[in-house]
Design a binder for this molecule. Structure first.
Ligand SMILES: Cc1cc2nc3c(=O)[nH]c(=O)nc-3n(C[C@H](O)[C@H](O)[C@H](O)COP(=O)(O)OP(=O)(O)OC[C@H]3O[C@@H](n4cnc5c(N)ncnc54)[C@H](O)[C@@H]3O)c2cc1C
Length: 200
């Protein structure tokens, strides 16, 4: 009897485990190892982040579902694959031996690649159900006049400036010149007529 371990119970791992068990029947063992004991339907995370769905709507406890098909579940993160020894090491220090290993662990989120990125720092994420819930909490706690009043004021100023331009028919790029100057651009060259415009 062979022991097949499916690592990861996401959109890839769950169907893989079911199909393997169906094809192999009772003569071989199939075990799913997943960091948590539930399946999350990742594509619905955006709806959690805006409060249209709740965690229980998009997550499913997998132990009973897998047990019904004769598939075992170990709900623990795998910390190391010992390919030489045909075994995986779990967070609690135990080892699970396998004959065949299917790896469906999905993406590794690399927020550290962008300084300041990630829900632990300054941006929100909807890549996991935990992140999506965090984003929804953050959104609900966000109050323009308390936390983002300068952003809000800048937005109003920008809006008024453009409305004024539209109303008066002014084409003088006052704001654009100011921004370019702040960026260190002091001269613009028109390609068509090779004339030079200064921004001050
Ligand atoms: C916001 C969002 C919307 C999306 N919408 C769509 C869509 O509309 N259509 C579409 O086709 N695709 C969509 N995708 C992409 C799709 O969700 C992924 O392609 C898919 O989830 C990948 O499946 P997977 O099984 O490889 O990984 P996942 O579904 O991420 O599952 C990986 C599993 O492995 C487990 N795991 C990871 N590391 C370990 C470890 N060390 N030990 C134990 N378990 C571990 C995780 O807990 C998880 O359960 C979307 C993705 C996002 C983020």
């Amino acid at each position: 009897m062979a022991h097949i371990v499916v690592l990861g119970a996401g959109l890839g791992g769950m169907p893989a485990a079911y199909e393997l068990k169906e094809a192999l029947g009772g003569s071989h063992r199939v075990t799913v190892i997943n960091a948590v004991d539930y399946f999350q339907f990742v594509p619905s995370n955006p709806w959690l982040a805006v409060g249209w769905r709740e965690r229980d709507d998009t997550n499913l406890p997998i132990r009973p579902a897998l047990a019904r098909k004769g598939i075992e579940l170990i709900a623990q993160p795998v910390v190391r694959i010992d390919a030489e020894g045909n075994a995986v090491e779990l967070k609690d220090g135990s080892r699970v031996a396998y004959d065949y290993l299917v790896i469906t662990t999905g993406p590794r989120l690399a927020f550290e690649e962008v300084p300041g990125a990630g829900p632990e720092r300054h941006t929100q994420s909807i890549c996991t159900v935990d992140h999506a819930e965090h984003a929804w909490q953050a959104y609900r706690g966000f109050h323009w006049f308390r936390k983002g009043r300068w952003v809000h004021l800048a937005k109003i100023g920008f809006e008024k400036y453009f409305l004024y331009k539209m109303k008066t028919g002014s084409s003088e790029p006052v704001y654009e010149k100011y921004v370019l100057k702040a960026l260190g651009v002091t001269r613009l060259m028109h390609r068509s007529d090779e004339t030079t415009t200064t921004t001050s």
